[in-house]
Structures are given as structure tokens and as C-alpha cells.
Write a protein that binds this ligand. Structure first.
Ligand SMILES: Cc1cc2nc3c(=O)[nH]c(=O)nc-3n(C[C@H](O)[C@H](O)[C@H](O)COP(=O)(O)OP(=O)(O)OC[C@H]3O[C@@H](n4cnc5c(N)ncnc54)[C@H](O)[C@@H]3O)c2cc1C
Length: 450
């Protein structure tokens, strides 16, 4: 049922979308003593990527990416932990072994969040689609990259703007027991011991044959205007193959840091498979996001060494991604400039990735809670990872705005003594600076937490 108006009493926050950002936003507001109504359209309606009814469903990979500070997403996660993030708490209790990454048992992760939201005394969960912009004085839209068509239209009308789209593709998963154990070896890159990934080694000849088959395979056609809009950070594997023979060998099939224990040598190329669940029932073909037709995925990926008997649990696919031009439309507290009190959070606000989406939910939830108490927004220090994300959304060039993952490139530069410093040292210094800034800012952040 679509709800008209969605007005709520003045001191109640309305959050639309029970995904990563919406759950985090509702949780942050509720723990500051605000009553929240959280709307989720499932099970009545489902996006093309969501398959279950649990909140905060991870629609593709089960990885929340690197857990170390060498990658800015590791820093962002640490900040979220320190700020009391629900998504990070749930991830930490449901994690599965994945080398240097934080990967989770996807069912346990969503079940944990669903339970915490459903049992919170200040959160009312309503399983209903929302087709209009809420009229409540404080509301957050966090309906994600696959926002329902009805709400997308309402948003378009409100913003008086063309929405921007790009296309992402998701990677297939296969059953672990259908992977040939005489071919696959288990190892994590750069680490000794058995490791958390399964690796399929390819000789130069096998690699060449794979690239040729992939480049020639049949894909789901896109409209011409869509083709130019691929997100560069998440190119379909066949698109990478078409860019040159070596592209994959330097990308997702890179063999560096891996030694095949049978030959004692580094293979020419390696296909990595990452565990999707604690038990190792399902494995994700890392970096194999694709728009190949289903039959072609079975044929081309099934021809890889070790996958001739692979049983696919899920095939890769293409999806639409909806987001707004944040530098043009949003204020530094994630408010829609032309509609005070309405905030956007999550991927639709202009970030990419599970963690980044949840981080914006965290900020939006706190901004809304403060607004309901008549307090000004508490903006994150620009030196923190949260501040760097907001910098991208507010200071980016509106003419070329694209959603982004968190990277160290989004942080304000270090004040230097003119000396050139190595990448590793620079990242370490940015991380230390960010956490110092976060600690200085945190007391104000925690002020209202019940
Ligand atoms: C197919 C696909 C694969 C992706 N793969 C990855 C990946 O592997 N790794 C990664 O880091 N990121 C990935 N992303 C990007 C992104 O990080 C995730 O989509 C992330 O879940 C976004 O979080 P969110 O909270 O903004 O949206 P979501 O988690 O999608 O949550 C939005 C919620 O809003 C609900 N909703 C939508 N419309 C309405 C409505 N009108 N009324 C009520 N409820 C509504 C939806 O049912 C959903 O529960 C992927 C995105 C897609 C689409």
C-alpha cells in the first residue's frame, strides 16, 4: 500500500528504506531518544536485487572490504565503530574469515540488524512502500540505488532535475563443493598458511583463452546512452577483457602475493573465490561482476580451470543505480536544499559501497535527531573519513559529479614540510590525523546518547 502524505507528529522522525543507511539512521536517532518510524517496502515490493525480507540485505558481495588503514575504508569502519554504528556492530559479530577484509555471514548479519531494529522500543517498523516525499518535519530518504520507480518520480519532481544513473554489475556465486579441489588452492594474498580464499591458477595459455572467450561472449544489451555510464570502479569483467589482453592480469586476476603450492611458483593469473558464509557453502568469484547472459556465464566461467562442474547459486547481473547530484542539491548536513527537514542518506546521496552508505545513514540520523531538538547540525571534522566523504558530496564539481567509494584521495592534503613522503607513510599519517580529529569531535557526538 502506498502511503499519502506521511506526515508524522512533529517530534517523530520518518526514515524511508530499511537498508544499510536507513537502519543506521533510525538506530542513531533512536539511541538519542528520538521516536522513529522506519518504512521498508519489502515484502510487498522488492527491487530486482533484493531476494529476502530481512533489513540491511547485502545484495551482492558479503564483504565490507579492507579492514586495515592501508585502505581508507578500513579507517572509515574504525571511525564508525567508535561512533557506535549498528552496522559495524552487526558486522563484527557475524564476520567470517576473509584475510584482510571484513566479510560477514550475510544471513546472520541481516538477521542481527533486523532483530535489533524490531526490538528497539523507540523504533516502529512499518513494512509498506512509500511513494511520495514524506511531509513530516524531519524525514530521511534512504531507499538506495534501486529506489522504487514511484518514489524516484516523486524525487525527480521535487528536485526539478534529471536524476543521474550509471550501471553496476554483480558477480556470480558458486557452491563451494562444486569447485574442483584438485585445481583450487587456498591462500590469502601475501600471507603464509592455508588462507581464506580459494584460488584457481591459470597458465598463460589458459588465461589467453579465457580473455578471448570473455571478450567474444554475448552480453545483455544496453541502450547507447547507458553504455558510457559505467562506473569505472566496478567495470564488468568482460568490459575489462575488451580493454586489452593484460587488463585482467593486472586487475582482478592478478597473481601477485600468491604461490601455487603444487608448483611452488606464482601462476600467470589467478581467479580468486571468496567465502560467502561461515560454513563455506557459497563462493563469490571476486571481481567477476558481469552483464553476460546467463547461458554465457555458465559456458565462459565454467570453462575456467576448476569450475567445469561448478554449480551457480547466483548469476551476475546488471542493475540501475539512482543517485542525486549531491553538490548541487544537498547541504553539508545532507538536507535537500530546496526542502529543509528532508535528508538523503546512503547510496542515493552520492556515495558508493555498503560501508559508505551506512556512514551517511549514521550522519543523517544524528543530524535529524539534533534538528528535532532545535540544535544546529554537528558536522564531522573535515579531516575524518566521514568528513572526507561529505567533502566529496558538497565540494565536488556538480558538472562531473559521480558517486565515490571512500579513498585517501578525498581527504584534505597533509600539511607538509615540503619533503616527498611515501604512499604508505602518507596513509598512516592521514589515518592518525583522522582518528585524533574524531576523538576531539566525539564528546559532542555522544552528548545525546541515552
Ligand atoms: C545489485 C547491486 C550490487 C551491489 N554490490 C555491492 C557490493 O558488492 N559491495 C558494495 O560495497 N556495494 C555494493 N552495491 C552498492 C551499495 O553499496 C549497496 O546497494 C548498498 O546496499 C546501498 O545502501 P543503501 O542503504 O543506500 O540502500 P539499500 O541497502 O539498497 O537499502 C534501500 C532499502 O530501501 C527499500 N526501498 C526502496 N524503495 C522504497 C520505497 N519506495 N519505500 C520503502 N522502502 C523502499 C529497499 O527495499 C531497501 O531495503 C551494490 C548495489 C547494487 C544495486
Amino acid at each position: 500500500m502506498a502511503i499519502a502524505g506521511l506526515g508524522a507528529c512533529d517530534d517523530r522522525l520518518v526514515v524511508v528504506g530499511g537498508g544499510l543507511a536507513g537502519c543506521e539512521a533510525a538506530w542513531q536517532a533512536a539511541r538519542r531518544g528520538v521516536d522513529v518510524t522506519l518504512y521498508e517496502m519489502r515484502p510487498e515490493r522488492r527491487s530486482p536485487a533484493h531476494t529476502g525480507d530481512a533489513l540491511a540485505e547485502l545484495v551482492c558481495s558479503n564483504s565490507l572490504r579492507a579492514d586495515r588503514f592501508a585502505n581508507a575504508v578500513g579507517l572509515l569502519k574504525e571511525e564508525m565503530r567508535r561512533l557506535g554504528s549498528l552496522i559495524l556492530e552487526a558486522a563484527d559479530v557475524t564476520r567470517v574469515p576473509a584475510g584482510r577484509a571484513l566479510a560477514v555471514d550475510r544471513r546472520a548479519f541481516s538477521a542481527e540488524i533486523t532483530e535489533r531494529i524490531e526490538t528497539h522500543p523507540r523504533i516502529e517498523l512499518r513494512r509498506e512502500p512509500v511513494d511520495e516525499i514524506p511531509s513530516a518535519p524531519q524525514a530521511i530518504l534512504a531507499t538506495g540505488p534501486l529506489t522504487s520507480a514511484e518514489l524516484t518520480r516523486a524525487l525527480q519532481k521535487l528536485l526539478g532535475d534529471e536524476h543521474l544513473y550509471f550501471y553496476d554489475a554483480i558477480a556470480p556465486t558458486v557452491y563451494g563443493d562444486s569447485i574442483d579441489p584438485t585445481v583450487a588452492f587456498s591462500a590469502s594474498r601475501w600471507e603464509d598458511g592455508p588462507g581464506d580464499y580459494l584460488n584457481l591458477p591459470l597458465s598463460e595459455e589458459e588465461y589467453r583463452a579465457f580473455v578471448a572467450a570473455l571478450s567474444a561472449a554475448d552480453t545483455v544489451p544496453l541502450h547507447a546512452f547507458e553504455a558510457a555510464l559505467y562506473f569505472e570502479g566496478c567495470l564488468p569483467v568482460e568490459e575489462m577483457a575488451r580493454r586489452g589482453l593484460d587488463t585482467l592480469a593486472y586487475g582482478p586476476l592478478k597473481p601477485v602475493g600468491l604461490v601455487d603450492p603444487r608448483s611452488g611458483r606464482r601462476p600467470h593469473a589467478v581467479v580468486q573465490l571468496r567465502r560467502e558464509d561461515r560454513e563455506g557453502v557459497l563462493y563469490n568469484l571476486v571481481g567477476f561482476q558481469t552483464k553476460l547472459r546467463v547461458g554465457e556465464q555458465r559456458r565462459v566461467f565454467g570453462a575456467l580451470p576448476g569450475l567445469s562442474k561448478a554449480v551457480f547459486a547466483r548469476f551476475g547481473s546488471v542493475h540501475r543505480n539512482t543517485y542525486v547530484n549531491a553538490p548541487r542539491r544537498l547541504t553539508p548536513s545532507l538536507e535537500v536544499a530546496c526542502r529543509p527537514g528532508l535528508r538523503l542518506a546512503g547510496q542515493m546521496a552520492g556515495v558508493e559501497g555498503y560501508v559508505e552508505s551506512a556512514a551517511l545513514g549514521l550522519l543523517a540520523g544524528v543530524h535529524a535527531a539534533r534538528a528535532l531538538r532545535g540544535r544546529p547540525p554537528l558536522l564531522p571534522d573535515p579531516q575524518t573519513a566521514h568528513g572526507a566523504l561529505m567533502r566529496h558530496l558538497t565540494a565536488g564539481d556538480p558538472a562531473h559529479f559521480q558517486p565515490s567509494n571512500i579513498t585517501y584521495g578525498l581527504f584534505p592534503p597533509l600539511e607538509g614540510d615540503g619533503r616527498r613522503i611515501r604512499k604508505r607513510e602518507k596513509q598512516e599519517r592521514l589515518a592518525v590525523r583522522a582518528l585524533d580529529a574524531l576523538e576531539a569531535w566525539r564528546p559532542a557526538w555522544d552528548e545525546d546518547v541515552a
